[in-house]
Write a protein that binds this ligand. Structure first.
Ligand SMILES: Nc1nc2c(ncn2[C@@H]2O[C@H](COP(=O)(O)OP(=O)(O)O)[C@@H](O)[C@H]2O)c(=O)[nH]1
Ligand SMILES: [Mg+2]
Length: 281
């Protein structure tokens, strides 16, 4: 039974958590989310962790949590598919009539804050948490330089795509499964610019995105902050590619693909994914 309405059951909810070398951060997050949603959500709840190529014991930690919570499971891909690639795989699990969303493995978004997103979806197709609205609550802000880089990235995104979204990168997003299904073939960005890929695809397909303030806390151990320069360059390359995909010039740039692949390799970032027919979206 839905606690708000007293009668309509909540839609099924699938929560994805991409995880790479997260043995130190992920376990309390899995336990908190599973316990909270099993208690406070009347619809079916599933939490799927998507790992790839972890070099630590993240898998063992996830398996330990899955033993205690039946809602927790995992997918493990050996290939270096990146956060975006992991989410592209996870979004394939979108179930009819349900909701699907994702958060980071670090617990920056508390379960109650994610539940708020569900209450906010209303007639929208996607609701995204935002750390850059006046009502947003930053329990612990990101380091100053990271914030500066984040705002530069924001202006680039706004210049390229004109979406008027204040925080494309907040790792707290919730979507209707139908919307995910319709745009899934347009998802190809494997690195951390995946969020931009997702939002641009939704906007271009005419889906409604609602941006809501979120209570958020920065958690130590970010891989992005640890390699900010490399990660930012890779993200810039990915948004540039995304902009070109939607331009008439894209087909002329095919000869540059090997160069692009070489740059991603040098930046140690996952290159855009290839479709089964070998083309890149
Ligand atoms: N599966 C997978 N997850 C990743 C990869 N890189 C980062 N992640 C996950 O993506 C999320 C964001 O990473 P994080 O270091 O918290 O970045 P930040 O929140 O932007 O500082 C975390 O849950 C990571 O474990 C990757 O290559 N593969
Ligand atoms: Mg994070």
């Amino acid at each position: 039974m839905n606690p708000d309405t007293g009668c309509v059951p909540d839609p099924s909810l699938l929560l994805l958590i991409p995880a790479y070398n997260e043995e130190a951060r992920i376990e309390p997050v899995l336990r908190d989310y599973a316990a909270f949603f099993e208690k406070n959500y009347s619809g079916q709840f599933r939490l799927v962790v998507i790992l790839n190529g972890c070099r630590d014991n993240t898998l063992g930690v996830v398996q330990r949590a899955a033993k205690d919570f039946s809602s927790v499971s995992w997918l493990d891909f050996p290939a270096p598919i990146g956060k975006g690639g992991a989410l592209i795989e996870g979004l394939k699990l979108a179930a009819d009539g349900g909701l699907i969303g994702y958060v980071d493995a670090d617990g920056a978004t508390a379960p109650a804050a994610f539940l708020e997103m569900i209450h906010h979806i209303g007639t929208a197709d996607c609701v995204i948490g935002s750390r850059w609205l006046p009502e947003s609550i930053l329990l612990k802000a990101q380091p100053k330089f990271r914030q500066f880089v984040s705002r530069c990235f924001h202006f680039i995104i706004e210049f390229f795509f004109w979406m008027h979204i204040k925080d494309t990168q907040c790792p707290c997003k919730l979507l209707r499964s139908e919307a995910v299904r319709k745009i899934h073939a347009s998802l190809c960005i494997a690195d951390l610019a995946f969020d931009v890929n997702l939002l641009v695809a939704l906007k271009r397909a005419g889906f409604r995105i609602r941006e809501e303030p979120i209570a958020w806390t920065d958690v130590a151990g970010s891989k992005v902050t640890a390699s900010l320069f490399r990660a930012s360059l890779a993200m810039f390359l990915s948004v540039l590619r995304l902009r070109l995909i939607y331009s008439p010039f894209y087909k002329w740039l095919k000869p540059l693909r090997p160069l692009e692949g070489w740059i991603y390799k040098k930046l140690r970032a996952p290159a855009p994914l290839r479709r089964p027919d070998g083309t890149v979206q």
